[in-house]
Design a protein around this ligand. Structure first.
Ligand code: B1M
Length: 213
């Protein structure tokens, strides 16, 4: 691997945002294509962060810091990716469901998905079903990703799925769900396409639903 990309990978694993940004600049100056910097530098490093998290080597704080460092590099890279017409892996609408203000886990999921090359439209917290539907209509998303942290707001995930069915959009968009009280059984009971227990596996799930993994 190119030594600049190798250094970038280590920077992401260390969560050193400043150094990630320096190495993105250095890679661009060395004429490494933006798409290569993205896939072989930033995305490869975030995949490794996800694996370390699943193995219990990294915990939420390390993952957040790594994701922030990656995001810094991605911001610098974005104009070059647009210029090179590098297509995102897919478009995902994300949000915490109505009545629920918890967003730390949802933000982490968004960061990991972004790190895997997805374009994220983050609707924030306390998102009513009609806002998910409106976004699905206008953004032509591949996936809707919903988070819930309260047992009282989990049923609102089902309301979003019902609203998508009513709007005749359910066939054109995959729905994934997660959050501390959410389970595989619950996900199946509301007709979601998938459930993931953490941000790393949410990324793998999104990739597999779109046939990318
Ligand atoms: Co709240 N809260 N909270 N809270 N809060 C919990 C969830 C609670 C379990 C605490 C407790 O009582 N032990 C409890 C819920 C109980 C229940 O429903 N059975 C609770 C309660 C009751 C409340 C209030 C009602 C308290 C009150 O006001 N009386 C209130 C509700 C406000 C509202 O939402 N309407 C409330 C408020 C808050 C704060 C605002 C103070 C704050 C939120 C700040 C914020 O998010 N900006 C807060 C916090 C911080 C928590 C705890 C302590 C931590 C949540 C968190 O961020 N975890 C939480 C206790 C706990 O979970 N142990 C608690 C870290 C985060 C990285 O994990 O969000 O689980 P998590 O995300 C994980 C996975 O779940 C998964 O990936 C993430 C990373 O691996 N994941 C997905 C998440 N979304 C996913 C989506 C996917 C896939 C995976 O696909 C789309």
């Amino acid at each position: 691997m190119d030594p600049i990309l190798e250094a970038m990978r280590e920077d992401v694993l260390d969560g050193d945002q400043e150094s990630v940004e320096d190495n993105v600049q250095a890679a661009l100056a060395a004429d490494i294509p933006a798409g290569t910097i993205l896939t072989e530098g930033l995305i490869a490093a975030m995949r490794e962060v996800g694996e370390l998290f699943e193995e219990g080597e990294y915990f939420v704080p390390e993952m957040l810091i790594a994701a922030r460092a990656m995001k810094g590099g991605l911001q610098l890279l974005k104009p070059h990716l647009v210029a090179a017409d590098v297509q995102p892996a897919g478009r995902i609408i994300a949000g915490t469901v109505q009545g629920d203000l918890h967003d730390i886990g949802k933000n982490l999921v968004c960061m990991m998905l972004e790190g895997a090359g997805f374009e994220i439209i983050d609707l924030g917290t306390d998102v009513p079903p009609e806002k998910f539907v409106e976004a699905a209509q206008h953004e032509q998303a591949d996936i809707i990703a919903m988070s819930a942290l309260l047992t009282t707001t989990m049923p609102n995930m089902k309301h979003v799925i019902s609203a998508l069915e009513t709007a005749e959009l359910r066939q054109s968009v995959k729905v994934i769900v997660g959050g501390a009280p959410v389970t595989q059984t619950f996900a199946e009971s509301i007709g979601a396409d998938g459930y993931a227990p953490d941000a790393s596996r949410a990324t793998a799930l999104a990739q597999s639903l779109l046939g990318l993994a």
